[in-house]
Design a protein around this ligand. Structure first.
Ligand code: ZN
Length: 237
């Protein structure tokens, strides 16, 4: 499907200029991603220009999406991975960043949010073909089927990273304004996190639903996670 020319052109000019989606490893504890879901109409040229920047400046570029063949065409995900691989970028997961791994060259931190586990799992052969490793930020873990959990373990066994994206997908800014940060943590962080840990996962990074965050939610969550992922539009920088 062709992109509207004006939107594609605008993104061509802007993606390499969004300084907040580039980092040197995990120099910040709140990292910010840019969505490559279809609705954002990020052109392949814009993505490749972003990868060129990351390579030239030895930065990690942070991109994310949700559901392959749902919110984002699978072919777009393959274009992202192929573009990064063609430019020699490394792949880095949020766990590696949390552990202090700083790639010594440009890198791509690609992540997927929510719980489209079957669609993620279907991408395994493509990721393997490009030696790509990505991070899955999982929400609603406790509502998943045993098959979902098995597929998440298979993704982890293949070298991908399973991290956390909330229990009920609440908006942290709005929910904590109404219920306090403690209420937010008790109701939208603790239950799903406990369920993941009980199933053998050990999340060290959290991606905010909607990217919605405040300084107070950052402070509370950084006692539970090493890294937080916000988005370009809510980045604290
Ligand atoms: Zn989400």
């Amino acid at each position: 499907m062709a992109l509207p020319a004006t939107i594609a052109l605008a993104c061509n000019r802007t993606l390499p200029e969004f300084d907040d989606i580039y980092s040197i490893g995990a120099e910040h504890r709140v990292l910010c991603g840019y969505s490559v879901d279809d609705k954002n109409s990020v052109s392949i040229d814009a993505l490749n220009a972003g990868f060129e920047r990351a390579r030239a400046q030895r930065e990690t570029v942070h991109l994310y999406a949700h559901k392959p063949s749902g919110t984002v065409q699978s072919s777009t995900i393959e274009s992202v991975v192929a573009g990064a691989s063609d430019r020699g970028l490394a792949y880095v997961t949020y766990r590696e960043l949390a552990m202090g791994a700083v790639p010594n060259k440009g890198a791509l931190a690609l992540s997927f949010d929510d719980h489209a586990v079957s669609e993620w799992h279907a991408m395994l052969p493509m990721f393997a073909q490009y030696h790509a490793r990505v991070t899955f930020f999982v929400s609603a873990f406790q509502f998943g089927t045993p098959q979902d959990r098995a597929m998440l373990h298979e993704l982890a066994a293949a070298g991908h990273d399973i991290e956390y994206h909330s229990t009920n997908h609440f908006n942290a800014e709005q929910y904590s304004a109404a219920n306090g940060v403690e209420g937010y943590v008790a109701n939208d962080i603790e239950p799903g996190l406990a369920a993941m840990r009980a199933d053998g996962f050990d999340p060290v990074a959290f991606a905010y639903p909607f990217g919605a965050r405040t300084e107070m939610t950052d402070a509370a969550l950084l006692t539970k996670f090493t890294l937080l992922r916000a988005i370009h539009y809510t980045c604290p920088r």
